[in-house]
Design a protein. Sequence first.
Length: 109
Amino acid sequence: MKDKIVRFSAWAQKNWLALVIFLSVLMMLFLCAVMFSWLYGYWSNALSGTRFELASCWTGITVVGTGIAGVVGLGKACWTKYGMDSRYNSEQGKPLGGVIAPSAMAKKG
């Protein structure tokens, strides 16, 4: 089990941006489902008098929106780190594969 977790962690580190995008899309789909249920409740209240409680939907939309903001903030922070590392730790015009880790640079210097 530990080996599976370590392999998944290594994969997640390599594919962090894809994971952030996937989770953001998943959360947006969930938000759309909540908003659709709110819209259905709103119209069923107006047309059929079903007494659908709209306050619960506003609470759900608020929670999902906060979660999406957190994921987007995390993605922006990671993307900014990636951009800074790319700009200052690699030679112009060369791929990022040749970047030396800061700990390896400290040992050399």
